[in-house]
Design a protein around this ligand. Structure first.
Ligand SMILES: Cc1cc2nc3c(=O)[nH]c(=O)nc-3n(C[C@H](O)[C@H](O)[C@H](O)COP(=O)(O)OP(=O)(O)OC[C@H]3O[C@@H](n4cnc5c(N)ncnc54)[C@H](O)[C@@H]3O)c2cc1C
Length: 488
């Protein structure tokens, strides 16, 4: 503890996407400073370049902040919320509280980094210590480098490098978080959670989420324990089967930092005995998340500009009716429609199906991947600047270590392979529930009497395919060839 920090004013702990008390390095360091703490959150949707959250993520944020406040209150503190450009809010806070230090965990979007740098420079100039930490990743983007000291562009060597690096053990939850006194002028300018209007009303389209998801740190820990107990055995072989519900569903918790990857890493490793393959596969997914963050850090425009500049000239078809059919789950391809409806109904979609629907949008519908990225951004509870943009570029073929553009998923064979008896399709596309398995991924092949018995009238209560697979594939390959030829 430095003498200056302990003798001067309170310490400010600024929570941002790290909504937890355990393994929260910024919080632990502030507690260790000995100063009383002022804990805050800023809803900043107006600083230059900051991307406002999508609707589903706003719903999650509401519960996440509520849970964080309750946890802080259990330890004698509370969360005070502000709204507005972070630089202005922090200036006001510093002016009024004269803090001994400001503590935060780092963020990785370019606009947020710019805000943090500007704030840090101003505070440092005023003699106020700013201490920033890694609370979000296993390793910081700049810590994982190849032999030439450059960032990895390919995941496998990145994973190999990370596997050889020790992962810091998670920090314990503080036992007490001594509260500083909030000046009333600041409290007057603070917002209640309700003021932020994060949850939708009229219509409350998020109502079904309440029964499906528990937000907050405790729920994240419980989900991890249940997954390690019940889901991890067999994860490597079952993770691609959407009906198996064999993945952790930790993604929204990770997105909002209700659990940290180091906690997951150590908890999974501690139970790896006898399930080494499953554990390694699961942890490699957590490493993908770090890799995505490294890519975002090195490509600040990841969500808007293709990493491979050649793709900037791609000739997209831009068919709005087809885009709308995709969004609504009305393409006539059962696995695509099931995925898009799972997303709408639950705020989440299985990873295999995310790849299928993304490939369908980009390649079968020849629609700019940024349209898909934006829809996911608005509808996913786990919408994440790094994971979402990186994975869309991966599918579109324009990102680092991407699937090549000419690898075009066939939505029928993908469905038959990963959802062989159609359980996933039946769960989300009830129109097809009574279709026998051989036809559930290709209703157009079913004889008339089979369709009648299943209650399906093609084009009336379930759409005919909006594109023909073979023709769409040829069109996509043609567009890619045109791009290549134009540049050689
Ligand atoms: C087009 C597309 C868009 C995506 N958008 C997002 C997004 O906005 N937010 C998001 O968290 N994930 C995104 N993913 C990655 C992946 O689909 C989800 O992380 C995963 O489905 C979450 O489910 P889970 O927690 O059960 O995963 P698990 O299989 O249990 O994996 C554990 C954790 O590893 C990480 N992870 C798993 N797969 C990936 C991956 N491919 N890339 C990066 N991290 C991964 C996630 O944090 C996940 O919670 C996207 C994938 C695709 C193909």
């Amino acid at each position: 503890m430095s003498g200056r920090e302990s003798l001067a004013g309170p310490a400010l702990v600024w929570f941002r996407d790290d909504h937890r008390l355990s393994d929260n390095p910024a919080l632990s360091a502030a507690v260790d400073s000995g100063a009383p703490l002022l804990c805050l959150y800023i809803l900043d949707e107006s600083s230059q370049g900051v991307r406002p959250l999508g609707g589903a993520a706003r719903w999650w944020l509401h519960g996440s902040l509520d849970a964080l406040d309750r946890s802080l209150r259990e330890l004698g503190n509370r969360l005070v919320i502000f709204q507005g450009p972070a630089e202005e809010v922090v200036d006001r806070l510093v002016e009024t509280t004269n803090p001994s230090g400001v503590y935060w965990n780092r963020r990785y979007q370019a606009a947020e980094i710019a805000v943090d740098r500007a704030i840090k420079a101003r505070l440092t100039a005023r003699g106020i210590a700013v201490r920033s930490f890694n609370g979000r990743l296993l390793h910081e983007p700049w810590q994982v480098r190849n032999r030439a000291g450059r960032p990895f562009q390919v995941f496998t060597p990145y994973l190999r490098a990370v596997s050889a690096m020790p992962v810091a053990p998670p920090l314990p939850r503080p036992r007490e978080i001594r509260a500083g006194g909030w000046p009333s002028s600041l409290l007057d300018s603070s917002r209640s959670l309700a003021d932020l209007r994060l949850e939708p009303e009229n219509p409350n389209w998020a109502a079904p989420f309440t029964g499906l998801w528990q937000r907050g740190e405790q729920a994240a820990q419980e989900r991890l324990s249940t997954f390690l107990e019940e889901g991890l055995p067999g994860y490597a072989s079952r993770r691609d089967v959407p009906a198996a519900e064999a993945t952790s569903r930790l993604s929204p918790h990770l997105r909002f930092g209700e659990i940290g990857p180091r906690q997951i890493w150590h908890a999974a490793t501690a139970r790896a005995d006898g399930r080494e393959t499953d554990t390694a596969k699961f942890l490699s997914e957590v490493v993908w998340r770090d890799f995505c963050h490294q890519q975002l850090h090195d490509n600040p425009d990841l969500a808007t500009a293709p990493c491979n500049p050649r793709f900037a000239h791609f000739r997209w078809a831009g068919d709005n009716a087809a885009l709308e059919a995709w969004r609504r789950g009305l393409t006539g391809y059962p696995i695509v429609d099931a995925g898009m409806r799972q997303l709408w109904r639950t705020g989440w979609m299985h990873n295999r199906v995310r790849m299928i629907v993304a490939s369908f949008l980009v390649k079968h519908l020849l629609t700019d991947w940024r349209q898909g990225e934006a829809w996911f951004w608005d509808t996913l509870l786990d919408a994440d600047a790094a994971n979402n943009a990186f994975n869309w570029q991966w599918v579109a073929g324009s990102g680092p270590d991407s699937a090549p553009f000419h690898r075009i998923f066939n939505p029928v064979s993908q469905g038959e392979k990963f959802d062989p008896d159609g359980a996933y399709v039946r769960a989300y596309v009830p129109e097809l529930a009574d279709l026998p398995s051989p036809f559930v991924h290709r209703p157009w092949d079913a004889p008339g009497d089979v369709l009648r018995r299943a209650g399906i009238a093609p084009g009336e209560n379930y759409p005919r395919p909006i594109v023909d697979h073979g023709a769409a594939r040829e069109r996509a390959l043609g567009a890619f060839r045109a791009l290549r030829d134009a540049q050689t």
